[in-house]
Design a protein around this ligand. Structure first.
Ligand SMILES: [Zn+2]
Length: 255
């Protein structure tokens, strides 16, 4: 363990987390990433450059606007510190390696999809496309071209499996059961995990979503349950513990 790298990845996570917060709250509303500059949602005053430093305004100004003293949204500091901790965790768990970079990509998706799908019921296309390209190039670099292409095929297979499950669900429940974003996201399941582990991750995601779905049902909260956050969490968890999941599959299914 190297303290320099620990600090570096924690900081990098906080900075990127700040960017993810902007991406996941602006792009679903078709707003520009650059204009308007970040501002206080109460008095509309633009934030100064030093207030854009992750966590800075939260600690120095105790999370209030320096013009109107209203409390600023806690979403941004939470997103910044969570991304920082996920990046630090990836470094401590893997060191700098293939798995580290994949873990960085997946934790970034966890953050982005949690915000955009919970808040707007949208999974953005651009982070999925960037992730797919990044995984392809990482596989080329750390393994070889045929490995990278084979994983694309596994992605396609996983995509169409989810597409078919969605279609069956539509007939059974007589309404859209899986969103387009969920199906697009499932491409990354096959590409990042391989088809067997992708299957394990799908199963895990439904178990993760059940308590939330029941809670919504119990509170007679009729709004749709976003599935993306559970899918992407399962993807990240199964990648993290892929060896353990592999052992379970071997014991129970002999594969
Ligand atoms: Zn203000």
């Amino acid at each position: 363990m190297d303290y320099f790298y620990c600090g570096f990845f924690l900081l990098l996570g906080c900075v990127l987390g700040s960017f993810y917060g902007v991406v996941a709250t602006r792009l679903p509303k078709n707003e520009s990433l650059i204009k308007p500059r970040s501002h206080c949602e109460y008095c509309q005053e633009e934030l100064a450059w030093y207030e854009l430093i992750p966590l800075f305004s939260f600690f120095i100004q105790k999370g209030t606007c320096r013009h109107c003293n209203q409390k600023l949204s806690k979403l941004y500091p939470i997103v910044e510190i969570s991304t920082g901790l996920l990046f630090l965790f990836a470094y401590l768990y893997y060191g700098i390696s293939y798995s580290f970079f994949i873990s960085i990509i997946l934790s970034s998706l966890v953050i982005l999809i949690f915000i955009s799908d919970m808040k707007y019921m949208i999974i953005l296309d651009s982070p999925l496309i960037i992730s797919a390209f990044s995984i392809f190039f990482l596989k080329c670099y750390y393994f070889d071209l045929s490995n990278a292409f084979f994983s694309l095929l596994e992605g396609v297979l996983s995509f169409f499996t989810m597409y078919a499950i969605g279609k069956i669900g539509n007939v059974l429940f007589k309404r859209e059961s899986l969103g387009g974003g969920d199906i697009k996201l499932s491409f990354l399941f096959g590409q990042a995990l391989g088809i067997q582990m992708a299957f394990a991750a799908f199963v895990l995601s439904t178990f993760l979503a059940l308590p939330y779905a029941f809670a919504c049902l119990f509170m007679r909260n009729n709004h749709e349950v976003p599935f993306g956050p559970f899918l992407v969490s399962a993807l990240w968890i199964v990648f993290l513990f892929s060896e353990k999941f592999q052992n379970v599959l071997e014991v129970f299914f002999h594969i």
